[in-house]
Design a protein around this ligand. Structure first.
Ligand SMILES: Cc1cc2nc3c(=O)[nH]c(=O)nc-3n(C[C@H](O)[C@H](O)[C@H](O)COP(=O)(O)O)c2cc1C
Length: 185
């Protein structure tokens, strides 16, 4: 395989991340949403989810105050809304109202969730890594809300999901299942 050496690699040289919408709230109760392309699971027990938050983001101010955030996973049906939330600031507008979306009351945290997303997870911040122009914010999941139509028992039936993946500058769907781990049936 002929490989080219890239001297200053960046996001355009990486593979996709699942697109998430982080929900939060200001001190007057106005909810907000920030679109996040860089997210991942950090730990299984406890279940910790992390994402890259630009240090200047308005939403960062909000989650620093509450110490929590909602992780909402959009489907293709919410893609236009997700794209919108990643292009305007909640400093200037109410994105829930603009989109006609509904803040879902949380059970364990202060930040509301997004009713329209099929999966929402309530997280409390446990650690922040200061890296540069983004911090990696890690939150321990408290409870999750999952569309009953997506559940097979206690797990998500992924063939019924329609997630969006974010490559650098592009949105992609996930494609098809190609194998099981370790060849399990
Ligand atoms: C597809 C996509 C992915 C994004 N990923 C991130 C990200 O990982 N971290 C981040 O801080 N901003 C990310 N952004 C930018 C924010 O969503 C954007 O700056 C947003 O307007 C900030 O909202 P706020 O001012 O209400 O906090 C992304 C935007 C888009 C469209």
């Amino acid at each position: 395989m002929a490989k080219k050496l890239i001297e200053r690699p960046g996001n355009r040289h990486f593979y996709p991340w699942p697109l998430i919408l982080v929900s939060c709230v200001d001190e007057d109760g106005k909810p907000n949403i920030i679109t996040i392309g860089a997210s991942s699971v950090c730990c299984a027990h406890p279940w910790v989810i992390g994402f890259a938050m630009g240090v200047q983001q308005y939403s960062y101010e909000l989650i620093k105050r509450t110490g929590d955030f909602g992780v909402n996973i959009p489907d293709r049906a919410q893609l236009a809304g997700a794209d919108y939330c990643g292009g305007v600031s909640g400093r200037a507008t109410n994105k829930f109202e603009d989109l006609g979306w509904t803040p879902q009351p949380p059970q364990e945290i202060e930040s509301p969730l997004i009713e329209e997303c099929p999966v929402s997870i309530e997280c409390k911040i446990v650690q922040v890594a200061h890296l540069g122009n983004h911090d990696w914010v890690m939150g321990e999941a408290q409870v999750a809300w999952i569309d009953e139509g997506l559940l097979d028992g206690n797990r998500i039936a992924y063939d019924r999901t329609d997630p969006v993946w974010s490559f650098f500058g592009e949105y992609w769907s996930i494609g098809e299942k190609i194998a099981d781990w370790h060849g399990a049936k």
